[in-house]
Write a protein that binds this ligand. Sequence first.
Ligand code: HEC
Ligand SMILES: [Cu+2]
Length: 290
Amino acid sequence: MPSFDPVSPQGLSISNLFWFELIVSGLLLALVVGVLVIALTRFRAAPGDATEPPQRHGNRRLEVIWTVSPAVLLAIVFVLVIATIRTVDADQPGARTLRVVGHQWWWEYVYADPQATTANELHVPTGTPLQMSLESIDVIHSFHVPQFGWMQDLVPGKANRMSILVDRAGVYDGYCNQYCGLQHAWMRVRVVAEPLTPSGARGEQVFLQNTCVACHAIRGLPPTADIGPDLTHVGGRSTLGAGVIDNTPDNLRRWIFNPQAIKPGVLMPAYQKLGDADLSALVDYLESLK
Ligand code: HEC
Ligand SMILES: [Cu+2]
């Protein structure tokens, strides 16, 4: 059952709570059934014995125990539920934003910065928090990927929030979980979660932590600018600097290190202070953007 194999910390906290409650309920069931079985067997009337059993009225100690212990148990569950809700709803610093729009009978995904739109198959990087805003164009839908560990409704005229961080690479299937018309059953979701390569992930950090973002946009990253060329697909271009050099890892390295040497007067500063490792990671990352 995929719901029992969550791939996000949000889903894990829900399934941990579920297991705790399941085990406690199981123990209680065993206790009640156990006491019942003992009562039925040990205190059974012997055949032919018609005498009344001794009559008792109340037992204060027992009554206190069976009132206080469920109250304490419920208080514990209450605290755990609140803690779980807070984990699931927690703001995730640095989250990428994604709008999910439900249509009869397909999904639209809109990335915010800069805007880009795809449908149905959702590609997400592992280890990167996502802040989803769920809306609907027509009727109520529900975005349910069982391995995310929780689902959220898409309601017309209202935006619902869903925070998720997928921490394991893989392909996760889901579906619309709210009957939404004739083809409701064919409103599937497929999520493909892939890691940024370690070097790529580092490269992305280098990109974000230097002033690159003051001039360049990369789709899917937090707010960026458009003074320089959009770098979302820079790895797929055959030249750099509007044709001044071929796009090879070596040339890209030289470009970032000192673009003035390649295109005098260029309106991009040199980054000669970047360390060798950071520069390599940055080049790997940019070349991977195809
Ligand atoms: C002050 C603004 C500015 C900053 C900061 C800046 N760039 Fe640029 N960048 C530009 C401009 C403008 C160009 C286009 C130059 C040209 O071709 O004449 C450019 C071009 C590029 C290109 C070539 C793109 C192409 O399609 O040819 C790459 C790659 C690039 N920048 C990477 C970076 C990286 C990485 C950083 C941060 C380490 C960075 N830039 C910081 C302004 C900037
Ligand atoms: Cu639907």
